[in-house]
Write a protein that binds this ligand. Structure first.
Ligand SMILES: [Zn+2]
Ligand SMILES: [Zn+2]
Length: 297
């Protein structure tokens, strides 16, 4: 789960074609009504957004049965109808927390419910070694390979499951490992992420470049620009972006940097799903993606 900094502190992108990762008050860790994002999209010239509220499968996780599918769908579809007239298209998505131990439940959920777009994310799970009270002890005496292994094992399984359009915020594990493992430690061993990148490429899933990491210590997208470039070198073709906003101030926050990383790596289009329709959406060239911060990345 993400927990935002105070609202209003962020650089919000303008005139980008899509923000594909947003949490409303139908997620336990957000209190933003959907209309607030829609109004900001109109104001900032962002023509399409995806609402991706959390769905969890472990009863100990916060979004477990937090809302009913029917209520989420009705809220998003009703808003989509209202806001279409204003020039913003709202897609009904979800962010499903993946772990091998509840993969069957995810599969069943997706068989029974229809979304326009589905992100699969690996979050810190109740027994994980990255849990705040355990992480320090887990890291002690272990190699970086061993430290990353539990997280990337789940990522690889998520990709191979074939359940998701997109793998969300790859390498968010660096947030769980802060401050014991730094982005520089990870950058020095970039090859440790390659099995996950290969699994994503082979599965056909889309790699998300999530700008929420820029709001945390380490201040990098999930994944970093270097990993996005490596994904491309390895043959990766499918990418998408999201701000992962949980507050009104983080809507589209620093999303220009995510787009900038894609453009720099040579991607000219996003891959996205609108229900039955899979689409490619052109990545604007660097000059039209406007945040001040994106200019020096
Ligand atoms: Zn997430
Ligand atoms: Zn999210």
């Amino acid at each position: 789960m993400t927990h935002d900094l105070p609202a209003g502190a962020e650089q919000q992108a303008r005139n980008v074609p899509l923000d594909a990762h947003l949490h409303t008050d139908q997620s336990p860790d957000s209190s933003v009504p959907i209309d607030v994002y829609a109004a900001q999209a109109v104001e900032r010239g962002i023509p399409e957004i995806a609402i991706t509220d959390h769905v969890d499968f472990d009863p100990r996780d916060p979004a477990y049965r937090y809302t009913r599918y029917e209520d989420r769908e009705r809220t998003v579809r009703d808003a989509a109808e209202r806001w279409a007239r204003e020039g913003v298209v709202i897609r009904f998505g979800a962010e499903l927390t993946y772990n091998r131990r509840w993969e069957a439940d995810v599969r069943e959920h997706l068989a029974r419910h229809r979304y326009d777009y589905v992100i699969g994310s690996v979050h810190d799970w109740p027994e994980s070694p990255y849990w705040p009270s355990r992480v320090r002890g887990f890291i002690e005496g272990r190699s970086l390979d061993e430290i990353l292994e539990p997280y990337y094992t789940e990522i690889i399984a998520a990709a191979r499951s074939g359940l998701f359009d997109t793998i969300g915020h790859l390498d968010v594990v660096k947030r769980y490992l802060h401050p014991f493992i730094t982005p520089a430690d990870l950058a020095a061993r970039q090859e440790l992420q390659e099995p996950a990148l290969f699994a994503i490429i082979e599965s056909g899933a889309v790699l998300e470049v999530n700008s929420s990491g820029l709001r945390y210590p380490g201040a990098e997208t999930y994944p970093s620009a270097a990993v996005v470039a490596r994904y491309r070198e390895l043959g990766g073709e499918r990418v998408v972006v999201g701000s992962d906003a949980h507050s009104r101030g983080s809507f589209a926050a620093r999303l220009g940097e995510s787009y900038g990383h894609l453009a720099a790596a040579g991607f000219d289009a996003l891959t996205f799903r609108r229900g039955a329709e899979r689409v490619r959406i052109p990545v604007p060239d660097g000059t039209s993606v406007g945040t001040v911060d994106s200019l020096h990345t």
